[in-house]
Ligand binder design. Structure first.
Ligand code: GAR
Length: 194
């Protein structure tokens, strides 16, 4: 199965997926000059930069993104630090085949700065969610979650380090499980085969 990874940040999840041997045929970034693009280049993975500011609308952005994915014969998509909401047509075209990873136990702390939000709120546990992407904001069916404790002495950096360590393991686990058809979607729920 040939994956595209949509990025926009440091690319630590991209690096973990590459290390894991996931077949990544394309990286798409919504930002120029980010760490994720350096990682793509180092692994000789073709990369495209699609800057939102160059498009008249979210729909026009989505149309170009879909064309880019089609040109690279991509089967499934993993978002990892791509902090843009996808348009409806793109979500529909790849429904059930687009994953995202989020640094909280959704539906707690959706959107940006989830780790900071958890610290400010004072929760004792936060974690990582891998979910399928739907038309809403961080609202698609949950595929996997893993809790991470918030320690009293945690700051954003220390908590982020523990969350990222979980992300780097969990995302590859889920993408490989998808390739092996070890779960399926039933309405809002993801059912894992025994
Ligand atoms: C990850 O922590 C991911 O969970 C988060 O962006 C980071 C990207 O890091 N995504 C979101 O917050 C999505 N709402 P990376 O570029 O090092 O993989």
């Amino acid at each position: 199965m040939r994956w595209a990874v949509l990025v926009g940040g440091t690319g630590s999840n991209l690096a973990a997926l590459l290390d894991r041997g996931i077949d990544i045929g394309l990286v798409v970034s919504h930002r120029a000059e980010v760490g994720a693009l350096v990682i793509a280049r180092a692994h000789r993975v073709p990369a495209a930069v699609l800057l939102p500011s160059r498009y008249a609308s979210r729909e026009a952005y989505g149309a170009d993104l879909r064309q880019t994915l089609e040109n690279a014969a991509i089967d499934a998509v993993a978002m990892a630090g791509f902090l843009r909401w996808l348009d409806t047509d793109t979500v529909r075209s790849y429904r059930g085949r687009i994953f995202n990873i989020h640094p909280s136990l959704l539906p707690a702390f959706p959107g940006l700065h989830a780790i900071g939000q958890a610290l400010v709120y004072g929760v004792r546990w936060t974690g990582v969610t891998v979910h399928l992407v739907d038309e809403g904001r961080d609202s698609g069916p949950v595929v996997a979650q893993e809790p991470v404790p918030v320690e009293p002495e945690d700051d954003e950096e220390s908590l982020a380090a523990r969350i990222h360590a979980v992300e780097h393991r969990l995302y590859g686990d889920v993408l490989q499980a998808f390739e092996q058809q070890r779960f399926f979607v039933c309405g809002r729920k993801v059912v894992w085969r025994q």
